[in-house]
Design a protein around this ligand. Structure first.
Ligand code: AMP
Length: 667
């Protein structure tokens, strides 16, 4: 009898705690049980074993359910009646077994991890639940044993379990058709909506006025030939639209005289008169009519060309010409970004020279007193001049409102990019209204600057006044001293020069590294010679003090690196000494231009070593142009470098051909 059902039948489920229920000896006909018995396990152990076996048999071992049912009948505890889930039409009144069909996908839920759920269901209902291996279509046959109440309860629990999960499973197992999933994003509409929303936001601000230019009759009368001649004679001005577009307006003619640009602004004219300038510089002559017309402008010009005034005077007119009350604007109208603190301060100094209708400016830069800067920008000013880092910092902290800005200047854009300020620039530019007027100055025109212009400027006009401000070098006697590449000798030569300086002389010594600037300062101080130094590693207050000391004559020697030298505008520098020759010829011209200013004469001395031979040719061009003496050795170096370079390039090309062409096969 026992053999008949023990192998397959689930053990009788106790109503509640089956752990303590006596086990029918017949159960031990199961081989597993035999093993257990053979091992001399006690009843309790066997009980546990049997329980495991029950699960194995019920839903793990693929046993025949009808046998199990038979066993149960014989055990006379349960009677079986087959029914389907939710359909008890076949049930008879006395049946104590119910068979239900459960969608197979939920069986895992009924069993639970390691049988935990089925245990819980059995314990909660008092019925015994058997998941069989019988499959009917998508369903699995589940048997429930017990009295009617417990069976009903078990069914209800199973029902709720599978109903809840049904939703869940349906979501997971019935994904929406592919077409629904692959929603096509209508970027065009989204973009349009975005632009409209942005526009609605900007509409809350007063309209921008950008056109302030009226062509002077004398300018109107200039013929095309006269315009060309003027440009040619004025540092070879080249002017054009940067990105060729259809329907662009014609480029305004230059203004050879101050009155041509500002005849409608007598207060500006009187300010220019006060500072005593005679004529507009080339960049000013061409930039003023462009900027006063409201056009975006790119000025390819270096420090010393008058570029600051080129964008500043139109900015003053622009500020005053904006609709609405200036004091109620809530933020600046003009924002000038500059790469270094020195340049920012230099621009601020220039702005403060010109009084126009009470327009105020503030300079904010890293290293300056942040709290004070926050106060000044929040107090309300018309022009903010800033280094990108500090600007971004104040903007992100919410201290500076840039939504009011209608005129932006990116001064020395190439330098700002070189110094890694692109992310800060972009962040701030993004927050400024797109209809603003934008000005950019740059000494060079590399792809990064071009990209910036493309992103933020509207059909800009580019004014090019020659990559080098050669005119500045015409007032300077340029001496080239050929040197061995030996620091001892260089330093000794410098010391000899310094000791022979007369009291009325002032000199800037340029070197390539901050550490070298410190070394030279120390040597001079040790030799009892007062000097100051300015480089990126010095505190802002020390840098400012250095500039004050050299400007007022407290010291006669300033040791500087290139980064810090930008914007240095000290009238009475008599000498520039290039202790290390600069890395490019533009920088040479820039350095040399620190002397021979304001109509004075100056002298530059450059130590030139064989390591600098790559610059020899360009330097010769500059010296020739300025009719300076050229050491014979410099010519030799230039020739040797040309030969070496050609050789190097041709061997480079050879390698290139080798790699890419027929000769490139290595096998
Ligand atoms: P910038 O190129 O802006 O650094 O200007 C260099 C120097 O030229 C500054 O000291 C200006 O004050 C001066 N400057 C600007 N415009 C003129 C001008 N039209 N004539 C003479 N000097 C000028």
């Amino acid at each position: 009898m026992c053999d008949d059902w023990d192998d397959n039948a689930p053990i009788e489920m106790p109503q509640g705690n089956y752990e303590n229920r006596p086990i029918c000896s017949q159960n031990f006909s199961n081989s597993n049980f035999r093993a257990a018995r053979g091992n001399g396990r006690n009843n309790e152990r066997n009980t546990r074993f049997q329980r495991n076996n029950r699960y194995n048999n019920s839903y793990g071992n693929g046993e025949n359910s009808s046998n199990r049912s038979d066993g149960l009948y014989r055990n006379n505890r349960f009677k079986e009646n087959k029914t389907s889930w939710g359909n008890s039409s076949n049930m008879t009144e006395n049946d104590q077994t119910e068979t239900i069909n459960v969608p197979s996908k939920f069986i895992g839920r009924i069993i639970g991890r390691g049988g935990s759920k089925i245990n819980e269901l059995q314990s909660d209902s008092g019925a015994k639940i058997q998941v069989t291996k019988d499959i009917i279509g998508d369903d699995t046959v589940v048997k429930i044993f017990g009295n009617q109440d417990s069976i009903d309860k078990a069914k209800s629990l199973i029902n709720s379990l599978t109903t809840d999960t049904t939703e869940m499973v349906r979501i997971n197992s019935n994904p929406p058709p592919l077409q629904e999933e692959k929603k096509v994003v209508d970027w065009k509409t989204l973009l349009k909506e975005c632009e409209e929303a942005e526009q609605a936001e900007w509409d809350k601000y007063p309209q921008i006025k950008k056109q302030f230019y009226v062509e002077h009759p004398e300018v109107t009368d200039l013929t095309e030939e006269e315009v060309q001649l003027f440009r040619q004679e004025n540092n070879n001005i080249v002017v054009d639209r940067t990105f060729k577009k259809e329907n662009s307006l014609p480029i305004p003619k230059p203004c050879p005289k101050f009155i041509h640009a500002f005849f409608n602004y007598p207060e500006i004219l009187s300010e220019i008169e006060k500072v005593g300038f005679q004529t507009p510089t080339p960049i000013q002559a061409q930039a003023w009519p462009v900027l006063l017309s409201g056009e975006d402008l790119i000025g390819i010009a270096q420090t010393g060309t008058g570029k600051t005034l080129a964008f500043l005077l139109p900015a003053l007119i622009h500020i005053d010409g904006q609709p609405g009350n200036r004091s109620e604007r809530g933020g600046p109208a003009v924002l000038v970004m500059a790469p270094t603190r020195e340049l920012a301060l230099q621009i601020d100094k220039e702005v403060k020279k010109y009084y126009y209708r009470g327009i105020t400016s503030v300079c904010v830069y890293g290293g300056g007193n942040r709290r004070e800067q926050v106060k000044t920008v929040t107090d309300g000013v018309d022009i903010v001049i800033a280094t990108p880092g500090r600007l971004n910092d104040l903007y992100e902290a919410g201290h500076l409102n840039v939504k009011t800005v209608t005129y932006v200047v990116l001064d020395e854009a190439d330098r700002m990019l070189d110094m890694g300020f692109e992310p800060q620039i972009r962040k701030v530019m993004y927050a400024i209204r797109p209809t603003r007027q934008t000005v950019m100055t740059s000494a060079t025109w590399p792809p990064g600057v071009r990209r910036l212009a493309d992103s933020y400027m509207n059909d800009p006009i580019q004014v090019y006044v020659g990559s080098l401000d050669l005119a500045a070098t015409h007032t300077v006697t340029q001496i080239i001293e050929m040197m061995p590449d030996d620091d001892e000798i260089k330093l000794q030569t410098l010391m000899d020069f310094v000791r022979n300086m007369s009291p009325d002389q002032k000199m800037i010594v340029f070197c390539g590294k901050k550490s070298r600037a410190d070394e030279i300062s120390s040597e001079l101080v040790l030799a009892g010679i007062d000097c100051q130094s300015i480089h990126g590693n010095r505190e802002q207050s020390d840098r400012e003090q250095a500039l004050i000391d050299i400007a007022n004559g407290t010291v006669k020697i300033l040791i500087a690196t290139d980064v810090a030298s930008r914007g240095l505008d000290i009238d009475d520098i008599t000498h520039v000494l290039n202790y290390d020759f600069p890395k490019n010829i533009e920088e040479y011209v820039h350095r040399v231009g620190r002397t021979g200013r304001a109509g004075k004469l100056g002298e530059s001395i450059s130590y030139f070593t064989r390591n600098d031979w790559g610059q020899a040719k360009d330097l010769i061009n500059i010296l020739e142009e300025a009719q300076q003496e050229i050491p014979h050795e410099l010519h030799n170096m230039a020739e040797r470098y040309t030969v070496w370079k050609e050789k190097k390039d041709s061997s480079g090309r050879g390698t290139g051909r080798g790699r890419g062409g027929f000769g490139g096969r290595r096998w």
